[in-house]
Design a protein around this ligand. Structure first.
Ligand SMILES: [Zn+2]
Ligand SMILES: [Zn+2]
Length: 261
């Protein structure tokens, strides 16, 4: 696989400049996506019953500033993972490819789905492990400091948790061939879904919890129950592990109907 030399890894100052720029890009991506949802909510609901909740999102309080601070640190750690990916790519240690016709075109979405499935599986079991009492205090407590979440909670993790999460994409591209665009799309899906899951305000339509596809997707209501009740709804993108392992909250559907009335 051919790749341009994006970064000269023998030049320390170039590597440092790349880490700083990538950290900024990741952090601004978080601010942009979270800010976009806050702005949309403001425009759509400003005169309605949600307005108090939304004005709280618009003028970040103590909790939100804490979340933004942790998210900035997470951005730095995710940027290091990004530098690792570029290094692997340039050094020929990754399976990322550029020619979309190298495999069938159908393989593009298939590879993305497989990568999301691997990520889901990794995160679900990592998440269950992080809820063991001793591990929880050390690794996962920061994320649960937000009992009621907002778009600003999306990347509010303890650095140890961010490191554990940052391994997943470099791991996947060690063995799963992925087109460059699918890797980028996966990073976008990660950001957008992390934000949607923490909105607290449901954006999926009425009946989605029973829809043949919707019932497998995690959204704001599903994940808000994880923050409120801790030991249910561990999933990241999809509900299947929670359904298979019976860790889905029994009153999820009822709450979803309540929130989409
Ligand atoms: Zn969360
Ligand atoms: Zn948790």
């Amino acid at each position: 696989m051919e790749v341009e030399q994006l970064v000269d890894f023998s030049d320390l100052s170039a590597v440092i400049a790349f880490i700083i720029s990538l950290s900024l890009v990741v952090f601004l991506r978080y601010v942009f996506v979270s800010g976009l949802f806050v702005g949309l909510f403001y425009v759509l609901f400003k005169d309605k019953f949600l307005s108090r909740k939304i004005s709280k999102m618009l003028r970040p309080d103590g909790q939100s500033w804490q979340e933004i601070k942790w998210s900035a640190l997470t951005s730095f750690i995710f940027a290091l993972s990004g530098v690792g990916i570029v290094w692997m790519w340039q050094s020929g240690y990754s399976t990322i490819y550029i020619d979309p016709h190298k495999y069938s075109i159908l393989y593009l979405p298939l590879s993305l789905f497989i990568a999301l499935f691997i990520h889901e599986t990794y995160y679900y079991w990592l998440h269950r492990w992080m809820h063991r009492p001793k591990i929880y205090r050390l690794v996962h407590k920061v994320h649960h400091d937000s009992i009621v979440t907002s778009p600003w909670t999306a990347f509010s993790f303890d650095p140890l948790e961010s490191i554990l999460q940052a391994f997943v994409v470099p791991f996947i591209i060690l063995f799963l061939p992925m087109h460059f665009s699918m890797v980028m799309l996966m990073l976008i899906i990660m950001t957008v879904s992390a934000t949607i899951n923490h909105l607290d305000i449901e954006i999926y339509p009425k009946g989605f919890e029973q829809h043949w596809l919707g019932k497998w997707l995690i959204g704001a209501t599903h994940h808000s129950q994880h923050h409120a009740k801790f030991l249910v709804n561990y999933g990241l993108y999809f509900t299947f592990w929670d359904k298979w392992m019976q860790t889905e909250s029994p009153d999820f559907e009822e709450l979803f109907r309540e929130k989409t009335k």
